[in-house]
Write a protein that binds this ligand. Structure first.
Ligand SMILES: [Zn+2]
Length: 188
């Protein structure tokens, strides 16, 4: 699945792309059958590091497609809890990317690869006071997320994210940054 396709929102696209044998970037996780990866319902299981709230969100239904309630739940979970719980419409491509990585981990046998969200949407006001944050950070557009995943080390997440070529992948000491901007990578 390439970047353009990833950012589109039709189910059929993914079904075609991922129907072959797959997907073994070095240092990532081994999965032998990804045939229905983009056909089935898409779940995110994540908790926020700051508030501790945890949710299992289905944002895409196998039969009916994108679920507006699930999508809204995802936007709420990824809100800026430190600035009046401000919400934004999170990039669906970002949700798909995070789903893809987590589902990949599930399918490779990781039990409960819970995602912890360190930071997702940030209001411009709050982004401006975060040390080291880029002024035009994609976090302020709902197009970036900083995560860790239980049982999956950052290098594995990095390898999987790079495989999909969706956008930026930045490794930091204690989390990985993923976004849907220009395809690039760095170490923070
Ligand atoms: Zn970030």
């Amino acid at each position: 699945m390439n970047r353009r396709e990833f950012l589109q929102t039709t189910a059929a696209v993914g079904a075609v792309i991922c129907s072959g044998s797959l997907l073994l970037p070095q240092d990532a996780l081994a999965v032998t059958n990804m045939a229905d990866f983009w056909l089935k319902s898409r779940f995110l299981e994540a908790r926020r590091a700051d508030t501790g709230e945890k949710q299992l969100i289905r944002f895409y239904d196998q039969q009916y497609g994108y679920d507006p309630y699930g999508y809204r739940a995802a936007c709420w979970l990824l809100r800026d809890a430190k600035d009046r719980n401000a919400m934004v419409s999170v990039d669906i491509g970002l949700l798909n990317l995070v789903y893809a990585i987590q589902e990949w981990a599930r399918m490779s046998g990781r039990t409960n690869p819970l995602i912890t969200v360190n930071s997702a949407y940030r209001t411009p006001r709050r982004n401006a006071v975060i040390e080291g944050a880029a002024r035009h950070s994609l976090h302020i557009q709902g197009r970036a997320i900083d995560i860790t995943m239980r049982g999956v080390d950052l290098r594995q997440i990095e390898a999987m994210a790079k495989y999909f070529k969706v956008g930026g992948v930045g490794i930091y000491r204690s989390f990985i940054h993923l976004d849907t901007g220009r395809v690039r990578s760095w170490r923070g």
